[in-house]
Design a protein around this ligand. Sequence first.
Ligand code: ZN
Length: 111
Amino acid sequence: MICDKCRVLCEGTCPVCGSARRLRESDPSEPAHLITLNATQAMLVEPVLADTGVPYFKKGSIGGGLTAQIGMMREMFRFFVPVSGRERYREAIEAVFGEDAEVMRLLHEFD
Ligand SMILES: [Zn+2]
């Protein structure tokens, strides 16, 4: 199941917004939330994602104009990948950041 609002894959209720009503069957090609990272972590992890060859996109938590004022380092980035490619991404991140407890925690944040 996927939450229509947060795009988090889950069962029962969404761990992000707590809604059960918004859950529906996921489509293999639609984007699902992979991981949320701060700017420093995103800089390290993004090249690993790019290397997998599966499409992904990231969304900053703050709008473009505000980022410059508040500061890049405080921005959080949410990464989304197709449902069907999600396991490949997770394995790629685990292969490189398996020793990084914080990245591993974030990768499994909503499991
Ligand atoms: Zn949700």
